[in-house]
Design a protein around this ligand. Structure first.
Ligand code: HEC
Length: 143
């Protein structure tokens, strides 16, 4: 009877948590070792050499990000779809355009787009490349 209990518990563990190898990594066909392809992100943002950082630019960028005045109807800012409260996205399946009112999943309007706003978290690192000569990173820039 004790052995049956043990086997049932083992079966439940394997069913619920999958098999694990001694490193605690699931040992099934759905895992791959990407550690040779991906490396941790650098600890600091890398700025393009032809567009270096300045506090003034940071402040201007922040103001523009939150300012609806640049949109056609002067009612939509970047934060309408990339809001920090929703993981720098809008928490919706499909984003709503310039007639949108409100924020996040409660945002409503008729101009429902056919696409989903992705998070913009970490986009500062988009396109960075390993600088193979000294194993640091260089900016590949956006676009
Ligand atoms: C109406 C909603 C909406 C507004 C407003 C908006 N975005 Fe987006 N954003 C999106 C959608 C949807 C995508 C995905 C586009 C695609 O995949 O073609 C996106 C994509 C992006 C991306 C690319 C993210 C990635 O990982 O590739 C960046 C960066 C971005 N937006 C920044 C901004 C900035 C900066 C502003 C303001 C100037 C802004 N967005 C305003 C909806 C919006």
């Amino acid at each position: 009877m004790k052995r049956l209990h043990f086997n049932l518990i083992t079966l439940a563990c394997v069913t619920l948590f999958g098999c694990e190898n001694p490193d605690g990594i699931a040992d099934d066909a759905q895992t791959r070792d990407y550690s040779t392809i991906f490396t941790p992100l650098p600890s600091k943002t890398i700025y393009p050499s032809n567009n270096p950082y300045s506090e003034t630019k940071e402040r201007l960028g922040e103001l523009l990000f939150w300012d609806p005045i640049l949109s056609g109807d002067k009612n939509t800012s970047c934060a309408s779809c990339h809001h920090p409260d929703f993981g720098w996205a809008d928490g919706r399946i499909l984003s709503i355009g310039s007639d949108g009112i409100g924020l996040g999943p409660q945002r409503y309007g008729f101009q429902v787009t056919s696409i989903h706003a992705p998070t913009i978290m970490n986009v500062a690192f988009t396109g960075i490349k390993n600088n193979e000569s000294d194993s640091s990173f260089v900016s590949g820039g956006y676009f």
